[in-house]
Write a new protein. Structure first.
Length: 317
C-alpha cells in the first residue's frame, strides 16, 4: 500500500493522534496509567484465588487437622491512612492459637480470663508502634482519628519500648514457631476489611527495620473460619457414618453469603470485652479499639463456635 493510500485512509498525523489517545495509556487523577491499574487488579484476583485454594487445602484431605492446626491472628490500629495508602501505625497485637484444649476453654469460659488464655491461645504479642514521620498535612487527621477511636497519643515516646527491628524479629519468631520454611513465611489472618491496613503496616515495619525477608501473606479470617467450619461438619459426617446413621455429606453453599455470616460471627460474641484489652486501654476505659482485645475476642469466638462436639473429641488425650 502506498504512502498516498495510507493518507487517504486517515493515516499519518491523524493516526498518531489516535495512538496518543489509547485508552489503556490514559492516566488517573493520581497520575497512574489505567493499564497498570488493570494489571494490578488482575494480580489481586489471582492472589485471592491462591489464598482460597491454600486455605481450603489445609483441611480438605484431613479434616481432623482442624483440631490441632496452629494459626496466627493479627490486628493493627493506625493513626491514619493517607489517600496514597501510606499508614501511620499506632498499636499491634498478634496471637498464635489452635483449637487443641478447646475443651478446657469451654469449661473455663465463665472463670478467669487467664484460664481462658492458656487454653487455645499459645502465644500473645502486643506493642505500641512508633508512628514515624507524619505525612505532610495529616497531623490533624491523626489526632482526630485517635480521639475518636483508640486514644493512643501521637507524640509519647515512652510508649515505644520496642525498636522496629525488635518488633519484626518478634513477629518473624511467632510465625517461624508455627512452621519454618525459608523465604516462605506462614500467613497471618485478620478480618477481610482490615487486610489492606495490616499489609501496609507490616510492609512499613519491615522496611523501617531494614528486613530483607519477605513479608508474611495476610489472609482472610472469614475464609479460614469457613474452612474450619466445613472441616468440623465433615468430621461429624464421618462419625455419624461410622455409627451407621444415614446422613448426607456437608455441602458448600453460597460462598459470598457464608463469608458475610462468618464476618458477623466474628464481630459478635458475648465475652466481657473489658477483660481482654491491654493495660493502656483498660486504663482508658476503651474496650472497643484495643488490638489485643480484638485478637483475643476473635480467638475466643472461634473456640466458642468450634470447640465442642467433634473438635473436642479430636483433642481428647
Ligand atoms: Zn490496647
Amino acid at each position: 500500500m502506498s504512502y498516498k493510500g495510507n493518507k487517504k485512509a486517515g493515516g499519518g498525523k491523524d493516526n498518531r493522534h489516535f495512538a496518543e489517545k489509547d485508552p489503556a495509556e490514559a492516566v488517573t487523577t493520581k497520575g497512574r496509567r489505567l493499564c497498570d491499574l488493570e494489571k494490578e487488579e488482575e494480580e489481586r484476583k489471582c492472589q485471592e484465588q491462591r489464598m482460597r485454594r491454600e486455605i481450603r487445602s489445609l483441611f480438605e484431605t484431613q479434616p481432623s487437622a482442624v483440631a490441632y492446626k496452629r494459626f496466627i491472628l493479627v490486628s493493627f490500629s493506625t493513626h491514619c491512612v493517607t489517600s496514597n495508602g501510606e499508614v501511620v501505625p499506632a498499636e499491634g497485637s498478634i496471637i498464635s492459637m489452635s483449637l487443641k484444649n478447646g475443651k478446657n476453654f469451654l469449661l473455663n469460659r465463665c472463670l478467669f480470663i487467664d484460664t481462658m488464655i492458656i487454653s487455645g491461645i499459645r502465644t500473645e504479642w502486643h506493642s505500641f508502634l512508633n508512628p514515624g514521620e507524619i505525612p505532610f498535612g495529616y497531623r490533624a487527621e491523626c489526632l482526630r482519628i485517635a480521639r475518636k477511636t483508640h486514644n493512643i497519643p501521637l507524640d509519647t515516646e515512652e510508649l515505644y519500648t520496642k525498636s522496629d527491628a525488635d518488633i519484626c524479629r518478634d513477629i518473624m519468631q511467632i510465625i517461624a514457631d508455627i512452621c519454618y520454611v525459608p523465604d516462605q513465611p506462614q500467613p497471618v489472618f485478620c478480618m477481610d476489611e482490615e487486610r489492606s491496613t495490616v499489609r501496609s503496616v507490616l510492609e512499613l515495619l519491615f522496611k523501617r527495620a531494614g528486613q530483607k525477608y519477605p513479608n508474611p501473606p495476610v489472609y482472610s479470617l472469614e475464609e479460614m473460619m469457613l474452612a474450619m467450619d466445613h472441616a468440623v461438619k465433615k468430621l461429624k459426617f464421618i462419625k455419624d457414618q461410622k455409627k451407621g446413621l444415614k446422613v448426607e455429606p456437608p455441602v458448600s453453599s453460597d460462598h459470598v453469603l457464608n463469608l458475610e455470616v462468618m464476618k458477623n460471627v466474628l464481630l459478635s460474641g458475648d465475652f466481657d470485652a473489658s477483660a481482654t484489652v491491654c493495660p493502656f486501654h483498660d486504663e482508658a476505659d476503651n474496650f472497643e479499639h484495643c488490638t489485643l482485645g480484638k485478637v483475643r475476642r476473635r480467638a475466643y469466638i472461634i473456640m466458642d463456635r468450634l470447640c465442642d462436639g467433634e473438635v473436642r473429641n479430636q483433642t481428647k488425650n
